[in-house]
Write a protein that binds this ligand. Structure first.
Ligand code: 3PG
Length: 207
């Protein structure tokens, strides 16, 4: 299954900030048990690459890298086992490196100019970030009108309730967010809480 197909199937992408690589395996189990076997592990902490490697090796979840802003980080992420690479914005160099590695690039775009730049680079599945402060679902709908070939993964400031507004749009494959994997819960080792939040979110979007 391709990454866009996987996103459309699960409809949610947990955006993870891990402070301790030892959380990788229990987190993978919590996500799988909650019914959402996919994760975007952000390069916002020094343990990101190790966490991706450990989650990928543990199995049960498809792991991507997030907050990737340089081609060098793409190399590290792919080496660790990332199947997709998410960026907060559009970088032609990052996209090119993903294409060289054969992994899916999900660059960020919130304007028509950024969407065109991404299409020029051969990418038509885009992260809409930061979604909440960039006009929300109404902005995604407006941007989708001239770009019927583009799919969006809105992320940033979304929660279990507002996710539905985005998911109602045909151009939205999935929404991303950290609400179901709170950094504080991960740091405290509260993986049962993570499983519960994930399960509640999965059930909410299935309604
Ligand atoms: C991201 O990198 O995608 C966002 O930081 C996630 O946004 P959220 O924390 O507001 O869900």
């Amino acid at each position: 299954m391709t990454i866009p197909e996987l996103l459309r199937r699960h409809r949610l992408v947990p955006v993870v900030v891990l402070d301790d690589a030892a959380s990788a395996e229990p987190l993978a189990d919590a996500l799988a048990t909650g019914g959402l076997p996919i994760a975007e592990v952000t390069f916002r902490t020094p343990v990101a690459a190790e966490a991706i490697a450990r989650m990928a090796a543990h199995g049960g979840v498809t792991v991507g890298a997030g907050t990737v802003t340089t081609p060098e980080q793409v190399d590290v992420a792919v080496e660790a086992g990332a199947r997709f690479v998410v960026s907060p914005g559009f970088s032609a160099a990052v996209v090119r490196r993903c294409q060289e590695h054969g992994v899916t690039a999900l660059p960020g775009a919130v304007t028509a100019t950024e969407v065109i730049a991404a299409l020029d680079a051969g990418v038509s599945t885009l992260k809409f970030f930061p979604a909440g402060t960039s006009g929300g679902a109404a902005a995604v709908a407006a941007l989708s009108a001239p770009f019927g070939q583009v799919s969006f993964v809105p992320t940033g400031g979304i929660d279990a309730v507002t996710a539905a507004d985005y998911l109602a749009l045909p151009s939205v494959l999935a929404v991303g967010g950290s609400w179901m994997v709170p950094r504080s819960a991960l740091a405290a080792g509260e993986f049962e809480k993570v499983t519960r939040l994930v399960r509640e979110s999965v059930e909410a979007v299935a309604r």
